[in-house]
Design a protein around this ligand. Structure first.
Ligand code: BTN
Length: 271
């Protein structure tokens, strides 16, 4: 190893004291995508809690087929392999575990507080600082295999994002005006995920659902959700017991969504 994460990476594992996460941590200078590698490990039956961290990614992936810009020495790019005893309709709960863990880390390192944007984004001042990509590995047996991929904009400076992201992305460094130690961020993130995941296995998601609501300013707002070619508009009410966002529609019926692209209807910003 001879890159930015050396030599502190060696100490990280010893300081973790986690129950589920981080007994095996692989640090790499460069990879196409940490999610891709974690999925390869999953196929060869790697143990739960494996973490893949890369200094840079050449094919970092985001949601909806988008790419995730992943230059060296700037962002946190990591993936975690989990094998929760879940039914497929409970998978959204793991996204909540990842979101709550990541926002608590970001709030620890940011001088301004962050918000969760359903389902997978974390924003500061309306700009994206973190994205989550949770993927399931098809597996006939329970528990199912999941990869949680997390990208945090840590040390990008203004103008360092690709042109199309310059207005919509931010970083901890831009917010704070000073650089952030990425290994400290990773350590906090892994500890938070371990705690929230343990809580989820213990209480079935009650606590993480409450925390998600606390870190979001969505409830009570009028929103539109695009899912496939359909757009549904209503008032965001709550996260249900399966981790889905519940909208109250104009016909007074409720509908629950486990994915989609959300936008706020500005004319009805507060109700
Ligand atoms: C999104 O906001 O669209 C999700 C972005 C997820 C990016 C992370 S970086 C680490 C992991 N590896 C990937 O290829 N993607 C995720």
């Amino acid at each position: 190893m001879n890159y930015d994460y050396e030599p502190g990476a060696k100490n990280l594992k010893q300081n973790l004291n986690c129950i589920h996460i981080g007994a095996n941590i692989v640090f790499l200078p460069k990879i196409d995508s940490t999610n891709n590698l974690a999925k390869e490990y999953a196929k060869s039956n790697a143990p739960e809690g494996l973490v893949i961290v890369a200094d840079s990614q050449t094919g970092g992936r985001g949601r909806m087929g988008k790419s995730w810009h992943s230059p060296p020495k700037t962002g946190v790019y990591l993936s975690i392999l989990l094998k929760p005893p879940l039914k497929t309709d409970q998978l959204s709960l793991i996204t909540l575990v990842a979101g709550v863990s990541a926002i608590e880390t970001i709030n620890e390192f940011s001088h301004q507080s962050a918000n969760l944007k359903w389902p997978n984004d974390i924003l500061i001042n309306g700009k994206k600082v973190c994205g989550l990509l949770c993927e399931m590995i098809p597996n006939k047996e329970n528990p199912c295999f999941l990869v949680i991929g997390i990208g945090i904009n840590a040390n990008q400076v203004a103008g360092q994002f690709p042109e199309d992201l310059n207005k919509t992305a931010t970083s901890l460094r831009i917010i704070n005006g000073s650089p952030t130690n990425r290994l400290d961020v990773i350590q906090s993130l892994l500890k938070n995920i371990d705690r929230e995941y343990h809580g989820f296995l213990t209480d079935g998601g009650n606590s993480v659902i409450k925390k998600w609501g606390f870190h979001s300013n969505l409830f009570g707002k009028r929103v539109s959700i695009q899912h496939g070619s359909t757009i549904t508009t209503g008032t965001a009410m709550r996260i249900d017991s399966l981790g889905r966002l519940v909208l109250l529609l104009d016909n007074q019926h409720e509908e629950a969504f486990d994915s989609g692209e959300i936008s706020l209807n500005k004319n009805y910003f507060e109700i």
